[in-house]
Design a protein around this ligand. Structure first.
Ligand code: PXP
Length: 247
């Protein structure tokens, strides 16, 4: 079974462009679940550029499917996760100046900060996930840190595909497939995300080591043309085709 986690951050991006309360990202979360999402992901950034504290609190209160709380490993965010107790906490690198999460977490360099962060989140009952590059060193370190899950960053592959760089795309896909197997061999649950669309999700789904994809920006863009429900159903179908070996 390959799960689909829907990231609703960009419903909040559109809301915040005008101020006010609409469109409501929590409504999008409920609709995504009705359309077949297995979980909901939201990233509360330090600068609150999209999801806000009250969105996260409502999601934690209202959702009937697992909530994946994406966050930087800061005292503020860890304390909030301890209070809200989401199903999962996914630690991501966060730089103020970046447009989106660029690159995976430096789990080797930040080992000393991550040890207490992972321990506190796990003690709060969260499945701890680390968003990393698909390479042996960060995967091995994630296992050593006691994470239950790694989410492999698919951005380099998706950008290479989108830019038509065939050779680089092939190399990046091989890197992801190898990384997924290494992570599974370490006993980690393996997720993937960043920049996935119908075609890349279908292709990656054929690698059975992956058990969850987290997808946001593309789905929200598609939703403008076909509606959120149709976009999610089509994504679900693409993932199922890929998993069934029809990629
Ligand atoms: N997974 C993680 C850890 C992310 O940081 C993001 C982007 O916020 C995503 C998945 C979703 O990426 P996208 O919005 O490009 O689908």
């Amino acid at each position: 079974m390959l799960r689909l986690g829907v990231n609703i951050d960009h419903v909040a991006t559109v809301r915040n462009a005008r101020g006010g309360r609409l469109p409501d990202p929590v409504r999008a979360a409920h609709l995504a679940v009705a359309a077949g999402a297995d979980g909901i992901t939201a990233h509360l950034r330090e600068d609150r550029r999209h999801i806000r504290d009250e969105d996260m609190a409502r999601l934690a209160r209202e959702l009937t499917v697992p909530l994946n709380f994406e966050m930087g490993a800061t005292e503020e965010m860890i304390a909030l996760a301890e209070r809200l107790k989401p199903h999962a906490a996914c630690l991501v690198p966060e730089k103020r100046e970046e447009r989106t999460t660029e690159g995976g977490l430096d789990v080797v360099g930040q080992h000393n900060q991550l040890v207490p962060a992972v321990a506190r989140l796990a003690a709060a009952g969260c499945r701890v996930s680390l968003f990393i590059e698909p390479d042996e060193a960060p995967i091995a370190m994630s296992a050593k840190l006691g994470a239950a899950v790694v989410e492999l960053h698919t951005g380099s592959w998706c950008h290479a595909v989108a830019d038509g760089h065939g050779e680089k795309a092939e190399a990046e896909l091989a890197r992801l497939r190898r990384g997924a197997q290494i992570a599974a061999d370490h006993g980690l649950e393996v997720h993937a995300g960043h920049g996935l669309d119908y075609d890349t999700a279908r292709t990656l789904a054929s690698t059975t080591a992956f058990v969850e994809f987290n997808i946001g920006h593309f789905l929200m863009g598609e939703a403008m043309f076909v509606g959120l429900e149709a976009a999610i159903r089509r994504m679900r179908a693409a993932m199922d085709e890929g998993r069934a070996g029809r990629a």
